[in-house]
Design a protein around this ligand. Structure first.
Ligand code: ZN
Ligand code: ZN
Length: 297
């Protein structure tokens, strides 16, 4: 009898490489934007740079959590280590919301008394390059993902696209301030506040998804239905009474109540339950741990 514990397939080499490319871009952009924002006196560019820096921190956090979640169960954690991803989610989401509020407050407080210095025009040049590269990156990722079909890569591509939008807002804000029209004097600050809004929204999104996982929210109906189909197709299974699935990090844990002929021997019934487990594990790589309870008919 094979192992009843299966490890989830890591993202393919190719999608992993694309995600690493995105991370490298974020690291260099964070440095350029923060440096440019400080030297060029632009709140919008500085906020945009801090957003990139937070992206980098979150990527590292997720990478470490993903590695730790792959650790097989041990005596201390018999259900495996998947929940560490939820811990990373709480921390990462909280960090985004906290930073968004802090940066936004600074930009807001200066609207009443704007500093005498205008942003330098070279900040616009930085933003043009950033918007072009980010746009290209997300476009390439989405196209590649049509064959790779990785949800991780898909989410990453959309994040790069949202980053391009934040940078575009910064570009517009700085341009308006540079027109010298008095009404647009604080446009740079407003663009920074817009960036902070995006940062906070991203944090709320991460926290909301994490809360669902912690609460063991039900998984998609399609997933449960396909499990029922597989279980019912196993010889000896008369019906499936109950099928519960919950998410633990990147993996899923499930328990099923299966009805079989009540006159079978313990050995025969046990064999059927193992067949059910092995077919379910083979059918969906996200499933990691399955318990089958037998009901006599
Ligand atoms: Zn971002
Ligand atoms: Zn067994």
């Amino acid at each position: 009898m094979g192992p009843l514990y299966s490890t989830i397939a890591p993202p393919t080499q190719q999608s992993y490489r694309m995600i690493l490319w995105g991370l490298t871009t974020n690291i260099s952009f964070a440095a350029i934007k923060i440096g440019g924002g400080l030297l060029g006196h632009s709140h919008a560019l500085l906020a945009d740079g801090l957003e990139s820096l937070l992206d980098v921190l979150n990527s590292f956090l997720n990478g470490i959590a993903y590695k730790a979640a792959q650790q097989p169960p041990d005596a201390e954690h018999p259900y495996g280590h998947g929940k560490i991803e939820s811990l990373a989610g709480i921390f990462g989401g909280g960090l985004l919301i906290f930073s968004g509020i802090i940066i936004g407050r600074t930009a807001f407080s200066q609207i009443a008394s704007p500093p005498p210095q205008h942003p330098s025009s070279f900040t616009l040049l930085i933003l043009i390059v950033v918007i072009l590269i980010k746009g290209l990156l997300s476009q390439t990722m989405l196209r590649k993902n049509q064959e790779l079909n990785s949800s991780l890569l898909h989410a990453d591509a959309w994040h790069h696209r949202s980053d391009a939008m934040t940078s575009l807002a910064a570009f517009i804000g700085i341009s308006l301030t540079l027109t010298g029209i008095p009404a647009f004097r604080t446009a740079d600050n407003w663009a920074a506040i817009f960036s902070c809004g995006i940062i906070i929204l991203n944090g709320v999104y991460i926290l909301r998804n994490t809360a669902k996982e912690i609460m063991d929210a039900r998984v998609s109906e399609d997933m449960v239905n396909s499990m029922l189909e597989v279980a019912k197709s196993i010889p000896g299974v008369k019906s499936v009474e109950k099928c519960r699935v919950r998410k633990s990090g990147v993996s899923l844990l499930a328990d099923l109540h299966v009805r079989v002929n009540g006159d079978l021997s313990v050995r025969e019934g046990h064999q059927i339950s193992h067949n059910v487990i092995h077919h379910l594990l083979a059918n969906d790589p996200r499933l990691r741990d399955i318990t089958v309870h037998l009901e006599p008919d």
